[in-house]
Design a protein around this ligand. Structure first.
Ligand code: KIV
Length: 265
């Protein structure tokens, strides 16, 4: 990668209608390979609770876990924008959010991601004021899996879709820098991406979002259990992990991934 990717880079890409890619990483080796492949954003996701720690949800992940993995990823990173998840129950009020975000930023994150809707607006404003850019994870927010009663597509009913759109715009007004949409109908993702000034990253949200994200292990074909519909194995047909990472980057850039079959109506 030539110059380091910043939020300005992502805003410019959105303005130019160019797609960008994001992948999760949890260690220095993969962080190095992902950034060398030109993937714009690395997410130290709390999905590490599942793919690294073997839990069946992200709920057991602690702030210390996130700090440890963020440090590892930051050491390997060669210029991607590094985003780290605020884990479950570490941002319930503004003061907790500031303390938790400070730990991730000190560990090397460039921004934090938090899950929720418009009730997070004051927290986002407060984080931003204190120098912490924010990505808002909306739609299927895995930390609320027990509220949803499982990992289910969100925003299918008209009222829920309208609520999600309204929440996104309120969060943008509050200072959100990015929005990440997980498992929503592609029509909703398309409307939200058009309505939002900030770049929108999708997973299971169709091809219209400004960027795409996948969990590293998923795109390398390493699964235990059910494979989600939005996953594609990019190692298939490639002779190395580096080639798979570049294939993912190119497929996103060219709009070849995700295909219709990876999304929801
Ligand atoms: O934790 C994570 O890896 C995520 C992605 C699924 C977007 O939030």
């Amino acid at each position: 990668m030539t110059a380091a990717v910043t939020l300005n880079t992502l805003r410019q890409l959105k303005a130019q209608g160019q797609k960008f890619a994001c992948l999760t990483a949890y260690d220095a080796s993969f962080s190095h390979a992902i950034s060398q492949a030109g993937i714009e954003v690395i997410l130290v996701g709390d999905s590490l609770g599942m793919v690294i720690q073997g839990h069946d949800s992200t709920l057991p992940v602690t702030l210390d876990d996130m700090v440890y993995h963020t440090r590892c990823v930051a050491r390997g990173n060669q210029g991607s924008l590094l985003m780290a998840d605020l884990p479950f129950m570490t941002y319930g009020d503004e003061s907790a959010a500031l303390t938790s975000a400070a730990a991730l930023m000190r560990a090397g994150a460039h921004m934090v991601k938090l899950e929720g809707g418009q009730w997070l607006a004051p927290t986002v404003t407060s984080l931003r004021r204190n120098g912490v850019p924010c990505c808002l994870h909306m739609g299927l927010t895995p930390q609320s899996v027990h509220v949803f009663g499982g990992y289910k597509v969100q925003g299918r009913q008209e009222a829920a879709a309208q609520q999600l759109l309204e929440d996104a715009l309120i969060l943008e007004q509050a200072g959100a820098d990015l929005i990440l949409l997980e498992c929503v109908p592609r029509q909703l993702a398309e409307s939200l991406t058009k309505a939002a000034q900030v770049p929108v990253i999708g997973i299971g949200a169709g091809a219209s979002t400004d960027g795409q994200v996948l969990v590293l292990q998923d795109m390398l074909g390493l699964h235990h259990g059910k494979v989600a519909r939005f996953v594609k194995n990019f190692l298939k047909g490639q002779d190395s992990i580096e080639a798979a990472l570049r294939a993912y980057r190119e497929a996103v850039r060219l709009g070849h991934f995700p295909a219709l079959e990876h999304g929801f109506e």
